[in-house]
Design a protein. Structure first.
Length: 627
């Protein structure tokens, strides 16, 4: 076990047998020199961070956020006011060089653009969020927003002083007093609060000696560290330091707030699923998220090509937000399914493309290099070191752990078992000293922009085993939740099925048998009006199965019963499909062998099975409520 303040090299170079994490990649082990982020472990006997035991059954049965009793208020996702762009334009000629010096020029430029919200996408990412690791856990791997994303997309600095730095000199305290006085006047206005419109009207082109500080207060309160859509008193010291040329590390503060809000969203989604909307139809779960979650949406657009709309064509000097200004989202029927099945297409290093390499040439060079660490270390490389190092992120109201060693592939590094890191649980000052401590090694490795990392063979085995255990646990939980007055018959399925409750070719009689007979109830073809839980109108079952299988969306069974047998090692050995035509004679028997299915493929198929159960369960609850 290590702590975030322990001294160890950020990058460890050693020879290991490496394989691809991709389900369709070459899994033939290759012995080579690999670069790992620390702390990593080389044996399961050492303490390492286990994959948290999460289950898809903790999520609502179907992905229809617009129909959930859920209200999300995005107080940190601000559309720039009408006069904001003009205010930026008025001050930019005089202060652009200062903004660049303190690392906020691109972030201020970003605030002029509008990112149209895709609620389903944000919810889909939040569903896979794990607050224990501050990562998204997908069936195909782990990924997360990092300090790199916050700097490249948000234009925020990872270097500088902490956000809690107070003003100390008499001059700075006088500026703070004047800002507090202006805020008090805003509260005494008709709005009875520190209204942003009052603030911009009061200071824009006013010629006030504190106009620049007031401008930065507005920017921080609305776009960077927002809280309740009012002018925040807590950002006054930050604005004053920036106006006087002191760089503030805004990136870790913003990322900490995003981690906090994603955890809050996930907690609310789980609570929503545990509640029974049938018993209290009017109950609505409300959650307010205050961080700039547009960065979460942009992170998804950058990394999931299947969810990515057509970006704007802009010149390379434009800020990242300009690429997505007023872009309309792609219509995705099921964002949850799209995210869970995106393993092969996920872009681990989108910023290494030609679009971004001109902005950060040292981070995305043509060749991997070892950079000497000395007093003349380039700021870009120093920032890269912070991307890679385990630490704790200090925000205005929260401290969150940062685990880049769990997502090493996002930096072009190789992945091994992630070492366990204890939390400090101390003061912001202690967390900040851990974040800002000097780089200890003599050299730092920076991979080339085309570098694509692999995983060790032990990591791949651990990942597949973890996913398999989570999947089997999810199936058990789904079946247990489905039990009611009808014993082992899941809700939405015909009661007391005849002649289909005894599976064949059973290898282990101690394993519970899964027996289902129902229709997905999806609209399409001649079955447009068939409700969930009823057989479809079409009789050509075999053709419908083959069509779905060939479409690459797994196996979808219409009007069939099927049974699965599970071996002692937990692997699904055989699945038999016995086609029935509304209880009449058997017309076909399709057998699908699933011997030695890789963990990721098994997870995908079991997830589809869970969705069938969940949708039928939801349909049955709905019918009961209507009755």
């Amino acid at each position: 076990m290590t702590g975030p303040s322990d001294n160890y090299n950020i990058v460890d170079l050693r020879e290991e047998f490496m394989v691809s994490l991709s389900p369709t990649g070459d899994n033939k082990p290759t012995l080579r020199a690999a670069h790992f982020l620390q702390p990593s472990v080389t044996s399961i006997k050492e303490p390492f961070f286990e994959l948290p035991s999460l289950s898809p059954t903790s999520l609502p049965p179907t992905f229809e956020p617009s129909e959930w009793p859920l209200k999300v208020t995005y107080s940190g996702w601000q559309t720039p006011p009408r006069d904001w762009k003009n205010w930026v334009g008025c001050l930019q000629p005089n202060y652009q060089s200062l903004w660049k010096k303190v690392g906020i020029f691109e972030a201020i430029s970003n605030s002029k653009y509008v990112i149209q919200r895709n609620h389903d996408m944000v919810i889909g990412i939040a569903e896979r969020w794990c607050s224990e690791t501050n990562t998204c856990i997908f069936p195909w791997g782990e990924a997360t927003l990092t300090l790199e994303d916050t700097m490249v997309l948000g234009g925020l600095s990872v270097l500088g002083e902490p956000v809690y730095s107070p003003v100390e000199t008499q001059e700075l305290k006088e500026i703070e007093r004047k800002l507090n006085q202006a805020r008090a006047e805003a509260i005494r206005s008709k709005a009875r609060k520190a209204c942003p419109h009052f603030w911009i009207k009061e200071f824009m082109n006013s010629g006030s000696e504190i106009e620049h500080e007031a401008f930065l207060v507005f920017w921080l309160s609305m776009f960077v560290l927002p809280n309740s859509r009012t002018i925040r008193q807590q950002v006054f010291p930050v604005a004053i330091h920036l106006a006087k040329g002191t760089r503030i590390a805004l990136a870790p503060a913003v990322l900490a707030s995003i981690y906090r809000d994603l955890s809050s969203l996930k907690k609310t989604i789980v609570a929503l699923n545990k509640s029974c909307p049938v018993e209290d139809k009017n109950r609505v779960f409300e959650v307010v998220v205050r961080s700039p979650l547009q960065l979460v949406q942009l992170w998804g657009w950058e990394r999931f090509p299947s969810l990515q709309p057509k970006r704007n064509l802009v010149i390379c000097v434009e800020p990242a937000f300009s690429r997505w200004h007023k872009v309309k989202s792609v219509k995705i029927d099921n964002v949850r399914l799209a995210l869970d099945s995106a393993g092969n297409g996920f872009l681990w290093r989108p910023y290494a493309s030609y679009t971004y390499k001109w902005d950060f040439p040292k981070l995305y060079g043509e060749e991997g290099i070892w950079v000497p660490v000395d007093s003349n270390l380039d700021e870009e490389i120093e920032a890269f070191a912070l991307f890679l190092r385990v630490s704790e992120l200090v925000g205005l109201e929260c401290i969150e752990q940062y685990f880049p060693h769990r997502v090493a592939l996002q930096f072009g590094m190789d992945q091994d078992l992630p070492g366990y890191v204890a939390r400090c649980n101390k003061s912001p000052e202690t967390a900040w000293s851990n974040y800002s401590k000097p780089i200890s090694e003599e050299k730092l490795y920076v991979p080339s922009r085309i570098s694509k990392g692999d995983v060790t063979t032990r990591y791949l085995e651990w990942w597949k085993q973890s996913i398999r255990e989570r999947s089997m646990k999810a199936v058990d939980q789904a079946l247990q939740a489905a039990k009611g007055n009808d014993g082992d018959v899941p809700p939405g399925f015909p009661l007391k099925c005849n002649n289909v409750d005894k599976p064949t070719d059973v290898e282990d009689e101690t394993i519970p048998k899964l027996v289902f007979q129902a229709s997905m109830g999806k609209k399409g073809g001649n079955d447009a009006d068939v409700p969930p839980g009823f057989p479809p109108k079409c009789n050509n079952v075999e053709n419908s199965v083959n069509e779905d299988k060939s479409a690459g969306e797994g196996m979808r069974y219409y009007g069939q019963s099927f049974s699965a047998s599970v071996g002692k090692d937990g692997a699904v050995r055989k699945m038999e499909s016995m086609t029935k035509n509304r209880g009449e004679a058997e017309v076909g028997n399709l057998v699908y062998n699933m011997v030695e299915i890789p963990g990721l493929e098994l997870e995908t198929r079991i997830s589809k099975l869970e969705r069938v159960v969940a949708e039928l369960k939801a349909a049955r609850f709905s019918r009961r409520f209507e009755e």
